[in-house]
Unconditional design. Structure first.
Length: 211
């Protein structure tokens, strides 16, 4: 009887684990569109899955704009808080990631306008962006990074955002326009102005280095 009781107990435990695992496996196999629909219906597990799919890229985007890990982490958290709160407003006219990144960029712009420009560390792919920053060389890569960092820190928040989206993350202008909430033409114009301003800032920083 003891062995049979133990067997029944184990069977019940195993069944409970299978029941517990089924929703998790089901969520893993769902498409993003289905996960969004489930989350819109109030399924917290589906939204958790969406968070796990997008949290790294949201953080990367926030960090590249804000250049501060703590601020980026704050924006990452607030992005998903707002996404959950306003998920009922998501209509699917753009991709979920585009909608999510629009929230991220808006939060970054708000935060960046509240803080003073500072000397902060940038990741290496900023130096490799297609603004031809590589033509602005100093004695070594570290010196170049310092020049780029100082120039980027002087950009207005909206220009910093478009440089990150286009030059670093290489997103198409159609997606950039959706994220920034403007027309494709406006996104192109803003990017052109941001590139010119960045070049001017770089040249000014290089002149200071040579003095």
């Amino acid at each position: 009887m003891k062995d049979k009781s133990c067997m029944l107990t184990f069977s019940a435990w195993q069944m409970s684990k299978e029941i517990e695992e089924k929703p998790r496996v089901f969520l893993l196999s769902m498409s993003e569109t289905d996960l969004v629909e489930q989350a819109r219906a109030g399924d917290v597990g589906a939204f958790d899955r969406l968070m796990s799919l997008h949290q790294d890229r949201v953080f990367a985007l926030a960090y590249r704009i804000l250049c501060n890990m703590e601020d980026a982490a704050d924006v990452q958290q607030e992005t998903f808080v707002r996404a959950w709160r306003f998920l009922h407003k998501f209509r699917g006219e753009a991709g979920f990631s585009t909608w999510l990144h629009r929230i991220t960029v808006n939060l970054c712009l708000s935060k960046k306008r509240r803080i003073k420009p500072d000397l902060v560390s940038f990741d290496d792919d900023l130096i490799e962006c297609s603004v031809d920053i590589r033509t602005y060389t100093c004695a070594d890569r570290v010196a170049t990074a310092m020049v780029v960092r100082n120039a980027m820190a002087q950009l207005p928040a909206n220009y910093m955002a478009v440089i990150v989206l286009r030059e670093i993350e290489e997103r198409p202008f159609e997606e950039i326009a959706r994220i920034l909430g403007c027309s494709v033409g406006s996104a192109r114009v803003r990017c052109c102005k941001a590139r010119k301003l960045l070049r001017d800032k770089l040249e000014a920083c290089l002149k200071e280095e040579d003095q």
